[in-house]
Design a protein. Structure first.
Length: 433
């Protein structure tokens, strides 16, 4: 693999906001890549229009192309009354990377900034000061920074929450903090997990509590390109995994306990592993109604994928990387015999870095009910698909949004199930059109 290959491969992985000053080489590469995808989309659109004008297509194929053309044109000509769109909630959030809510708190969102701070947005207004400030402890830029936040299910009572960041040396840290009061956190934390990162990219970063009350931690394969260390299929490595810990207790030298049903607890392999075969699971979530697991796993050179397992079925699941990229064979052998293929995937015509989202379980947007919403960082395209128990039917909905998204970093969910989006250095929410 040439250096150029490595650079190109690293940019198709997840990366975050550019900071001020000189633009790093790989961000310039990302720009090239985004422009190339845009050119390809323009080309495809003109081809579609030419084919339609030629009137040589069979009716059915013509209808399909027409639908594709409308989507690509961002036309959203659908006349259904129960549609949706995006509404901007807050602009001027250049470092914002993620948004979430605390259990029991309505009308308040926590905005995670890649540069190391967490701010509170209350009824649409940013509260002064930071809820938490980790600027001095983190490395930020590219795919590094403060990447994830999850509140303990009993946060209202115990004030505990968890963050995932890359420290000054680039290692992943998962640390527990506590609330001091409603709007401020204590600055001394309890370090739960340190994972050394061999390369600067593919740090994963998402954290969520599952329906079982355990903390799930998504890790990337360690970076570079093509999983050179073979982390994805290696169950003796914490890289390229979804990990699961019980934070309510300690065990020996561990600052957490291993849930008794973790698949490698009594078998060779790291006891923290819940599922494996992941490349860079930048964002994952649980369906708040069904408890199903949804992962957006960023692809290598060709396939961006959405992985799904019904509640509890992600245990021991092998999502394939690096033996598979999406449904395609990639490299190396598969551990075991069962590859769990994605429930949705797209190629470079759709974008170059998937951003996993959420199943809509709110009430205000009927057209989104029971649909999983996800998007692409590079193109700002957004898709929705049927949620469990039979996920499928992915459909591009970019044309409905009413806004062209760029730098689609994360989706988020508020207490009432409203889905939010961090893109264009702004916060948006899905509303009824
Ligand atoms: Ca996979």
């Amino acid at each position: 693999m040439t250096t150029e290959d490595a650079a190109m491969r690293s940019v198709c992985s997840r990366q975050g906001a550019s900071k001020g000053g000189a633009v790093p080489a790989f961000l310039r590469d990302t720009e090239h890549r985004v422009n190339r995808v845009r050119r390809r989309i323009r080309l495809r659109r003109s081809t579609v229009l030419a084919m339609l004008n030629s009137r040589t297509l069979p009716t059915l194929a013509g209808a399909a192309f027409l639908a594709l053309g409308a989507g690509l044109a961002g036309g959203a000509a659908e006349a259904d009354a129960a549609s949706f769109k995006l509404q901007r909630v807050k602009a001027g959030l250049p470092s914002a990377l993620y948004v979430t809510h605390a259990p029991g708190e309505s009308n308040r969102l926590f905005i995670v900034n890649q540069n190391g701070t967490i701010r509170i947005l209350q009824r649409g207004k940013l509260l002064p000061g930071n809820f938490l400030n980790l600027r001095g402890r983190i490395s930020s830029g590219g795919e590094r920074g403060l990447l994830g936040l999850a509140f303990h299910p009993k946060y209202a009572r115990n004030g505990k929450f968890y963050v995932n960041y890359t420290d000054r040396g680039g290692s992943t840290q998962v640390v527990e903090f506590r609330r001091r009061n409603k709007n401020r956190a204590r600055t001394n934390g309890r370090r739960l997990l340190t994972i050394k990162q061999p390369f600067s990219n593919h740090n994963g970063g998402a954290l969520n509590f599952g329906p079982d009350g355990f903390l799930y931690i998504a890790t990337g394969d360690g970076g570079s390109g093509g999983d050179p260390l073979g982390s994805g299929q290696n169950v003796n490595s914490l890289l390229g995994k979804l990990l699961r810990n019980n934070v309510n207790g300690k065990s020996g030298s561990r600052q957490y306990r291993i849930p008794t049903s973790n698949p490698f607890r009594t078998k060779p392999g790291r006891a923290e592993i819940y599922s494996y075969g992941l490349r860079n699971p930048w964002r994952f979530s649980f369906d708040k109604k069904r408890g199903d697991l949804w992962i957006g796993d960023v692809g290598q050179n060709s396939r961006e994928e959405i992985d799904y397992r019904a509640k509890g079925k992600g245990r021991g699941a092998n999502f394939g990387w690096a033996a598979f990229e999406g449904r395609q064979r990639f490299g190396g052998s598969l551990r075991g015999s069962r590859h769990i293929p994605p429930v949705a995937e797209y190629g470079r015509g759709g974008g170059c870095s998937v951003t996993g989202g959420y199943v809509y379980r709110g009430t205000r947007v009927p057209a989104l009910r029971g649909r999983y919403v996800y998007g692409d960082f590079c193109t700002g395209k957004v898709w929705t698909m049927r949620a469990g128990p039979r996920p499928g039917g992915a459909r591009e909905d970019t044309g409905r949004l009413g806004v062209r998204l760029g730098g689609l970093k994360s989706f988020g969910e508020s207490r009432d199930g409203t889905i939010y989006v961090i893109a264009n250095s702004s916060l948006y929410r899905f509303v009824k059109a």
